[in-house]
Design a binder for this molecule. Structure first.
Ligand SMILES: [Zn+2]
Ligand SMILES: [Zn+2]
Length: 272
């Protein structure tokens, strides 16, 4: 399995010379399975580059799954700029899994952000065929790969994903707040993963003043990784206030405690 980060920034995209190393786009992750099939988690602003790369690579997959952790701006904002969605031969499955997922109408979310007041092209004008899959289950098999989700603590709710394919496992837990201590059910969900992608928007001190904002600290991300025994940890959802110098220092500190840990960068690829 290959994982490529397109967007590692949380909350809002940033740009400028202070953000060149870790990048400024918001969350989108490309997953390429061993059989070559590609799927995506989230459609933050990074999905624009992801789509351009797919086209450059001659992407001709019949059906593309985009699984969503939740629908805050920073996870959907790039969707109108995702070029493969303008291809009339493309079928895109917009997936929102989870027994306790509380969504009135999935299609409305995407139609809403492309209403004429906000964007010149309506959703139905893009060209691709969209299937909006609201699946009230925590487990699903998609093309012989197992996909599981877990409900996370986040304003409005968010879901972590676990993908198992060819004896490799990827867990993505972003936009997650643990509270005073790391949640044992999340640790269990991440157990022995080959790669854990975990939110850490804040330092321990910053978290004290951001209770209820829906995010984790670096220490908490590492604690989940340690307790779950994951092989590699990639920390993401960097705060827009944290520039390259700050994040590079945080990364060094994190690696002292958990050597197989990186702060995710826009364009970073990890092969499992
Ligand atoms: Zn977010
Ligand atoms: Zn969020």
């Amino acid at each position: 399995m290959k994982i490529k980060f397109y967007g590692t920034r949380g909350s809002i995209p940033v740009c400028g010379p202070d953000y060149l190393e870790f990048g400024g786009n918001t969350t989108s992750i490309k997953i390429t399975r061993d059989n070559g099939r590609i799927s995506i988690i989230d459609a933050g602003t990074g999905i624009r580059n992801l789509g351009r790369d797919l086209i450059k690579d001659g992407f001709d997959q019949d059906i593309l799954f985009i699984g969503f952790t939740h629908f805050h701006w920073d996870h959907i904002q790039g969707f109108p700029f995702f070029l493969p969605a303008y291809n009339p031969n493309m079928v895109i499955n917009i997936l929102a899994m989870g027994k306790d997922r509380d969504i009135k109408n999935l299609a409305d979310i995407f139609e809403g952000q492309m209403k004429a007041e906000y964007f010149p092209v309506p959703l139905e004008g893009m060209g691709a065929k969209f299937n909006f899959l609201q699946i009230k289950q925590n487990e699903l098999m998609i093309n012989d790969a197992s996909v599981r989700v877990i409900k996370q603590n986040h304003p409005g709710g968010s879901f972590g994903y676990r993908l198992e394919d060819n004896e490799k496992s990827l867990v993505v837990c972003t936009d997650i707040e643990h509270g005073n201590s790391v949640r044992p059910d999340i640790v269990e969900f991440c157990k022995n993963a080959d790669l854990l992608v975990h939110d850490a928007q804040y330092t321990r001190e910053e978290l004290q003043t951001h209770r209820g904002w829906g995010h984790s600290s670096y220490e908490q991300a590492i604690e989940v990784a340690e307790r779950a025994g994951v092989k590699k940890l990639a920390i993401t959802h960097h705060d827009p206030e944290h520039n390259d110098v700050f994040l590079a220092k945080i990364e060094r500190d994190c690696q002292k405690r958990y050597p197989n840990c990186v702060l995710a960068r826009d364009g970073m690829e990890i092969i499992l």
